[in-house]
Ligand binder design. Structure first.
Ligand SMILES: Cc1cc2nc3c(=O)[nH]c(=O)nc-3n(C[C@H](O)[C@H](O)[C@H](O)COP(=O)(O)O)c2cc1C
Length: 247
């Protein structure tokens, strides 16, 4: 049975949670197994900014972060929900993303079907969902859609129609995803950093057979995007020079 992980980025069990519950109901009808993680209930410390996770891997903070990351890694589909705080995602969710910073460079969750959810009293849906999308592009997930509610329609449950692309993508294991130019651009920036800057990234990108591709392998790339990715990578490798004595 496919498992879907739903993340509640709110500081409480209210609007975001109820919307996630309405999605959960649809998923259970589709015979998916589900789990909701309420980030505010987890023992999650703030990122200390040491950059060890980027340069060496792992995090010295002993809390629930690794466990949540493992759940994301193991699920077949991911749903991330947040309330809008000051026209952006909640601080709890942002801190969680900060704690996953190694995935910016060395993502193990690529091609995971993902759905984004935001809700607000009135403003900030677009900026909030775009902020989360930026992180998701770095993770290399399959962006299968976004759903939102506001003060006027909080009580309207999410419908199957709104999440049908997500369900299809989960059933296909993310296979055949068509990345945008921006996703290919981002991939090739990290590909360059792996090749020229960070030895630990290079090892990861080589071991996972990522370094010779313009995007993650199960994606659908047309010849124009392939040309664009390879040309960009060649150019970036010339511009972004290796740094001497990088520790
Ligand atoms: C700290 C904070 C900041 C907020 N900022 C905004 C905002 O910028 N725009 C807006 O329309 N609503 C804002 N809201 C309202 C919430 O987005 C809204 O009530 C949301 O439904 C709360 O979801 P929740 O019940 O899951 O926490 C804010 C609420 C809080 C607590």
């Amino acid at each position: 049975m496919k498992k879907i992980l739903l993340i509640n980025g709110s500081g409480r069990k209210k609007n975001t949670y109820h919307l996630l519950k309405s999605i959960e109901e649809i998923l259970i009808n589709e015979i998916f197994e589900t789990e909701i993680v309420n980030l505010y209930k987890e023992n999650l410390e703030f990122c200390k900014g040491c950059e060890v996770c980027i340069l060496k891997d792992g995090c010295f903070i002993n809390d629930n972060c690794n466990e949540i990351m493992k759940k994301i890694l193991q699920c077949d589909g991911l749903i991330i929900g947040t309330p809008v705080y000051l026209n952006n995602m909640s601080g709890i969710l942002k801190n969680f993303f900060d704690r996953t910073c190694s995935w910016f460079h060395r993502t193990p969750v690529y091609q995971k079907p993902t759905l984004l959810l935001a809700n607000t009293q009135g403003s900030g849906i677009k900026t909030t969902l775009n902020s989360i999308k930026e992180v998701m592009i770095q993770w290399g997930v399959c962006l299968t859609g976004r759903v939102s509610r506001n003060g006027r329609n909080f009580n309207k449950p999410i419908t199957r129609e709104e999440i049908k692309n997500f369900i299809t993508s989960v059933n296909l294991n993310g296979f055949g995803y068509t990345p945008s130019f921006k996703e290919i651009y981002t991939y090739n920036i990290q590909r360059t950093l792996a090749n020229n800057i960070f030895p630990i990234d290079k090892k990861y990108w080589e071991e996972n057979d990522l370094i010779n591709n313009v995007y993650f392998k199960s994606a659908r790339i047309n010849p124009i995007k392939k040309f664009y990715g390879n040309a960009l990578y060649k150019l970036l490798c010339k511009v972004i020079k290796p740094i001497e004595n990088l520790k």
